[in-house]
Design a protein around this ligand. Sequence first.
Ligand SMILES: [Zn+2]
Length: 236
Amino acid sequence: MLTADLGPGTWATFTTRAGGLSEDPYASLNLGAGVGDDPAAVARNRGRLAQAADAPVAFIRQVHGSEVFHWDAQAVPPLGEEPVADVVVSTTPGTAVAVLVADCVPVLLAGPGGVAAVHAGRKGVLADVVPTAVAALAEAEVPVTHAAIGPAICGRCYEVPDQLRSQAADQLPELWSTTSWGTPALDLAAGVRAQLGDAGITQIDHHPVCTLEDERFFSYRRSGVCGRFAGVARLS
Ligand SMILES: [Zn+2]
């Protein structure tokens, strides 16, 4: 696990593939339901994460949108029955929230009295899921002071069609990129950084590790069928 800095009163991490019970092609710490892995293995992997977090961990069913689930911590949503959302917020101390990724950008947010986990893939970035999450915390009276950006496919690897790059960069110029082999690409993390900057968030702990290049992480582009790793944030 990679330790992330979300400021005082928080605990945050980005998991890797290591430390779980799933077998190939999900080996080993697959935290994603609905990717074809044995649900019993996923449940035990989530249990290990909860132990590491020293807290119950709420996951969501992500759909590349910008819906927000405010988890008030009555009970952890059961495996496979998670609410549909791409942002999960908690304002309850001792509870953790998580998003699952395998190339998309996991973004964690925190401020006094609240944390959020955000699933920011190409569609989510273009749908303003990160500013939406900042606004959701503000509505909960949590001014976001810190953010962490986890491992994701990098701007030198994330090849897209030319027209898609043009359209995306029209909306958010920082997304424009070129692969290391000279074709059109998008730099999702750069887009997220720009959106965080526009929201006035300057304390950003960025882990610029490329999931496609670094086999410590799951990568959908590299593997096709694979597991999901998580970005996790907890309010102490
Ligand atoms: Zn890369």
